[in-house]
Design a protein around this ligand. Structure first.
Ligand code: ADP
Ligand code: ZN
Ligand code: ZN
Length: 763
């Protein structure tokens, strides 16, 4: 007798729910929740699905198709993952199939194919390494050298090997790539063969590629400073009672070293650890640092890996093959979806970073928030780290929900950088600006270059979104309802509020000093690069932004060039604001703080503070005190004053008050509905329909429908509705009624041309 006759299957589709199939006799006992199976869906299309549940509840439909086959010997997805997928789909209001699609490497996820493709099996690249046949004492080694006196080439080759492998420095010798030995020391193939024959050296084959196990000896972890020790103890103390600790440590206070201690503790217990970073750009240096300690068990995960590599990492995290398990994973947000078996700790570095949020496609999840949920499912702990925590997290720490640990000094008691405000409005007026650079900035760059030090110049990518400003007094038009700056739309020749949709024409004169001739502001990294080259023709200039870092190893190359001092001035977007630890970097220029501050978003001030704090944290991390030049037309701006004093606490306090006053998170939850249609007037009438329907329930807590800043993407027109969900009321109920409203809309005549997406916590 078969135990279960039916299986509910998750398919990689944007359709709600699971799909019931029949379990054929021959698969009885061979599948369980998490098994990957092959099914037919629609006309002759094959999909891989994941078993969600097996049962005996006869479905109402009479047309139950059978499962076609089981794809792997063991379930590809574990029980914790299934729970996690389900939570994500509920919370972020998407189908569980969309979560599956995001989670599974595409080689494991067939989506409507005619036949199952034959995939090449992943073959790790292997290389030949040379090592000592056995560890030798100094006496034994001397004896060998004596014997080799008659074979001078072999003598030289062995000496070269010992030097390269670290033996000469009194460290344990490590294996060396054979090709490297030949290339670096000029040893011949024949002399190496001779040493192999005499069994002095031996060969091993090792996988190379992502991590070179053999060449990286495990380095003991650094001794912590007094302050770091206190912080580490405090974290451990918190973890006795709470699940989450927030580590608020100034830039270069050595947070990473504290993580290393916490990670080691978990690995010793046999647990897995996930180390999340907001961007790939950041991983290069951190990976090198973590690798020195944990290279044998460390894997890296980000979107730039090939499909085959992703499958390999998936299997290693799952521990499919004994002895090859990854226990520390360093990755970007999608690493959360790997098949962890027993997490003990998740580190969320730079927890305030906006890159943790996935905007498109679904699931539109926030990796920090999901990390906390995933850790909960594993009964693991979470440490959130930041030099300037998000308002949400710090609020949670203030209220006691999270434990809080503060690290106020830089490692080695290095001073925080000196911050200099450069008034660009005044400089423009006095005609002292050289292109986009103030005299103060130029002077500091000049001085740094003279001392052979390095400089980074930061220009926000969002600086492309232009705004209007009075060149005389610096006045910027703001929304009458939301108190955020209006964005200039060249196309419509109007200024628009990104939030409520309010729009108005370009004022002929300044609303403050009434002088005529308002100016548009906003410029990008490329232009800065061109112009800095003209001002400093002999400086070596590089640029780091989305355009220059498309290649797989482009980050590594740029960062290495910086480390090797092959670049004098680096210009970049927010990518360069985080994590970089460059010894010789002393000057940081923030080219235009105004367009950070004036971005039309309720978090603009918070984000500006984070970015300025972080980017200034790159300067003077070693002996020399760094210098940060902030160019602004508004030196009295309250956020800038706060950055000047590194005054996080007051930034937090003021922002929290504003959020309370205007009812923004953490005082409510935001939910955005994005409605698209190819016909503008139909879009208008459908979104009005939905707006009216929802307004009945949410009243003044509903904003819109409005056209967003980018109101047309390819052939689709966009409108958005923003809903502020009351935190005191049950969220699930509100979400359900939103879904019902959308379903009502979808039943309207002509509504099939609509595309509707929901973004929960859209920030
Ligand atoms: P953060 O992550 O807080 O910005 P890091 O962990 O990058 O700080 O530390 C800043 C610098 O100080 C790094 O170069 C790091 O190697 C060094 N450092 C931090 N703690 C120690 C320590 N205990 N011993 C030696 N060097 C340390
Ligand atoms: Zn507004
Ligand atoms: Zn003015």
């Amino acid at each position: 007798m078969m135990e279960n006759h039916f299986a509910d299957i998750i398919l990689p589709l944007a359709v709600k729910g699971t799909f019931t199939y029949g379990i054929p006799e021959e698969m009885d006992g061979k599948i369980s929740p998490g098994s990957r199976v092959l099914v037919q869906f629609g006309k002759k299309k094959l999909y891989s699905g994941i078993v969600y549940r097996i049962h005996n509840d006869t479905p109402s439909s009479i047309n139950i198709r059978p499962l076609l086959s089981v794809l792997d010997p063991v379930p590809a997805v574990n029980g914790i993952q299934l729970k996690f997928w389900f939570w994500i789909s509920e919370y972020y209001m998407c189908s569980i199939g969309e979560v599956m699609k995001a989670a599974l490497p595409s080689d494991l996820c067939l989506e409507g194919v005619a036949e199952v493709p034959v995939k090449e099996k992943y073959k790790p690249r292997e290389e030949t390494f040379v090592k000592l046949a056995s560890e030798l004492s100094e006496n034994e080694l001397n004896a060998i050298f004596d014997k080799l006196a008659k074979a001078p080439k072999q003598y030289k080759a062995l000496a070269a090997f010992l030097e390269l492998s670290g033996y000469a420095d009194g460290r344990n010798s490590k294996a060396i790539r054979k090709s490297l030995l030949i290339k670096e020391t000029g040893s011949s193939q024949a002399s190496i063969d001779g040493l192999l024959k005499k069994k002095i050296l031996s060969l091993i084959t090792l996988e190379t590629g992502r991590i070179s196990d053999a060449e990286m000896p495990a380095e003991p972890k650094k001794d912590l400073s007094e302050a770091q020790n206190v912080a580490l103890d405090a974290v451990s103390e918190i973890f006795r009672e709470k699940e989450i600790a927030l580590l608020h440590g100034v830039t270069s206070s050595g947070k990473t070293e504290i993580y290393i201690h916490l990670i080691e503790e978990q690995l010793k217990k046999g647990k897995q650890v996930l180390y999340l970073l907001p961007e790939i750009a950041l991983t290069t240096q951190i990976i090198q640092r973590l690798n020195r300690h944990f290279s044998k068990v460390t894997g890296i995960y980000h979107s730039r890996f090939s499909n085959a590599e992703k499958v390999e990492i998936w299997n290693r995290v799952a521990g499919t093959e004994a002895g090859k398990e990854y226990r520390l994973i360093i990755g970007v947000r999608s690493a959360l979806l790997l098949p962890f078996r027993n997490l003990g700790l998740i580190v969320v570095d730079e927890e305030q970073d906006g890159s943790y949020k996935q905007h498109d496609p679904a699931p539109r999840y926030h990796a920090r928030d999901c990390a906390i949920v995933l850790a909960g499912l594993h009964k693991a702990k979470t440490i959130l780290g930041s030099a300037s925590p998000s308002i949400e997290s710090y609020n949670n720490a203030s209220s006691g929900k999270y434990g809080l640990v503060e690290l106020k000094e830089r490692y080695g008691l290095i001073k925080l950088p000196e911050i200099i405000l450069a008034n660009s409005r005044e400089a423009y007026r006095k005609k002292l600006m050289v292109s986009h650079f103030t005299p103060q900035l130029l002077e500091s760059i000049d001085e740094a270059l003279g001392n052979n030090e390095q400089v980074i110049l930061f220009q926000n990518r969002r600086g492309f979104s232009p705004y209007i400003q009075c060149p005389e007094c610096g006045w910027i038009p703001k929304c009458i309802q939301c108190a955020v700056s209006l964005t200039y739309h060249k196309g419509f020749n109007r200024m628009v509020c990104h939030y409520c949709g309010f729009s108005t024409g370009i004022p002929a004169q300044c609303g403050n000093c009434h002088s005529p001739g308002m100016a548009t502001r906003g410029f990008g990294t490329e232009k800065i690069e061109d112009e800095i080259k003209i001002v400093f023709p002999s400086a070596r200039v590089a640029r780091m932004d989305q355009d220059t870092t498309k290649g797989k190893n482009s980050f590594e190359r740029l960062i290495r060039a910086l480390e090797e001092r092959e670049v004098d001035i680096l210009i970049g977007t927010q990518m360069i604001s985080k994590g970089l630890d460059i010894e010789n970097l002393t000057v940081v220029g923030i080219l235009n703080a105004d367009n950070l501050l004036n971005f039309p978003d309720f978090r603009a001030h918070e984000r500006s503070f984070h970015m300025m704090e972080q980017v200034s944290g790159r300067a003077g991390r070693r002996q020399k005190t760094g210098k940060v030049i902030i160019q602004t037309s508004d030196p009295d701006n309250k956020i800038i004053r706060l950055v000047l004093n590194h005054d996080y606490k007051n930034m937090f306090r003021i922002q929290l008050e504003e959020r309370r006053a205007f009812n923004y998170p953490p005082f409510c939850r935001l939910l955005k509905i994005i409605i698209k249609h190819k016909d503008r007037s139909l879009l208008n009438s459908f979104s009005d329909f939905l707006g009216r329907d929802l307004r009945r329930q949410f009243g003044r807590n509903l904003l819109g429908p409005e056209f967003p800043i980018i109101s047309r993407i390819q052939l689709w027109y966009l409108k958005t509705i923003l809903i502020k969900l009351d935190k005191e009321k049950p969220v699930a109920k509100a979400k359900q009624s939103i879904i019902e409203s959308i379903e009502r809309l979808e039943k309207e005549k002509g509504a099939s041309g609509l595309k509707i997406a929901i973004d929960v916590d859209p920030y």
